[in-house]
Write a protein that binds this ligand. Sequence first.
Ligand code: FAD
Length: 512
Amino acid sequence: MQPGPTLRLILGDQLNPQHGWYRESRPDVVYLLLELRQETDYVVHHAQKVIAIFAAMRDFARQLKAAGHRVRHVAIDDASNRQSLSANLDALIAHYGASVFEWQQPDEWRLDAQLNEWAARQTIACRAVDSEHFYTARGEVAELFADRKQWLLEHCYRMLRRRHGVLLDPDGKPEGGQWNFDADNRKSWPGDPPEPADCRPRHDHSALWRQIQAAGVVTMGQPQAADFRWSLNRAEALQQLDDFIDSGLPHFGDYQDALSGKSWRLFHSLLSFALNTKMIGPREVVQRAEQAWREGRAPLAATEGFIRQILGWREYVRGVYWTRMPGYVESNALGHQRPLPRWFWSGDTGMACLSAAIGQSLQQAYAHHIQRLMVIGNFALLAGLDPQPLHRWYLGIYIDAFEWVEAPNTLGMSQFADGGQLATKPYVSSAAYLDRMGDHCKGCRYDRKARTGARACPFNALYWDFFERQAERLRGNHRLAMVYRNLDKMTPEARQALREQAAATLARIETL
Ligand code: FAD
């Protein structure tokens, strides 16, 4: 008797047409792409995220078929869809009489555990292969830090630059004589140079959106289905990468930390969805950026700053995730318990910076790094919002949110909920920083300079109150010495007034 076919599972974030699997088309292999309620329902996702992943999976299935591969695509409303991964796999193994099952290693703990447990129950051969995407293997970053108390990004980043020969001179030294040009990358944006044109493709996914709604999937945010702007396959993503290298990268460094009410993406690349679904790989993005610098098309500080995000931060947070899971997502070192205010789902707050960042997130399924970290995350940490619902909010709302990258950024970098494993100090600020880096304060109902009184910007009293509340834990941190010196210089009356202002602010958090 002929052995049954091999079934190969492709998850929604594994849309890499260059994976070794596809080098030859084998009639004995069937590729499986499954649209699952299990995946739409583990948190409430942004409508654009659900549309983007399903549309990209459908596009990928079409490409594979056109290249001569056998494909079984199960749509969200397919009558045969059992909506859970394990139940669908059971049914498909039986249907095809499969003799082998293969999958690419998932990036999320949840799916990794589910597939391993499911495979352990099977009688046919089951094996996982590498997803062939990252620079580092899952456990590699942990090995690098084996004997170190503190896991510093910089250490990981330099090692990867050396190992992969990125931005090195012929002697193996960093180009420009230094590893990091961060100090050059901190300008606010005056409105000029103009932001790059949005050259992303346009799609009409109204029919898919109707199908998602009819299936009962609950979402948040604007679907923008009739004029859908995310790249949904490799060709579109490569075009987007080229456009970014031409018009975004030259100014990326200067305005990397800027905030502006006049531009929702500034000079950021908008490539995280294409990268995280593996349509494009980190190596080719890094290589194209480096090549642009070598050809004189982008300054070194901008190129280094951009490469550090991908070769550095992206690999590093993944290493943290795989080392600290499964417990990491429950982290709450500061014991914060406050529920998220309702305006996280509407953007309806008088604080102009938060209204813009949250409103834009609901509109675009996107906020750039400084909005995520220094506006939304900053407020959440100062106000003592519960990090678990906050983690689920970040995991749902952003087009690029997958737990391996979202959780270390939210719980570690932004909320200090891991007790400082990832961030050397809490990323918080008062209104002065937000005013320096952006233009929201000018049109805001709150006074950026006032610490107390009805019009005082909430960030101010909350900032001092946070450091006072957390003094026992944070006073010894040498990076916070200045903060505590300033706090100590305040009169008891001034401190009491700030405490009262913070309490009153938190008491009316829903109407801020
Ligand atoms: P650019 O600014 O153009 O940067 C280029 C690329 O570098 C990005 O596409 C991304 O792949 C990578 N990168 C940049 N910063 C980081 C970082 N801190 N960690 C990992 N990779 C990085 N990024 C995600 O991809 N998914 C998330 O769910 C996510 N959640 C976040 C939550 C919080 C609270 C914070 C503070 C950051 C989060 N980030 C996340 C990191 C970062 O904000 C996004 O990668 C970035 O905003 C994506 O936009 P872009 O493609 O325009 O990035």
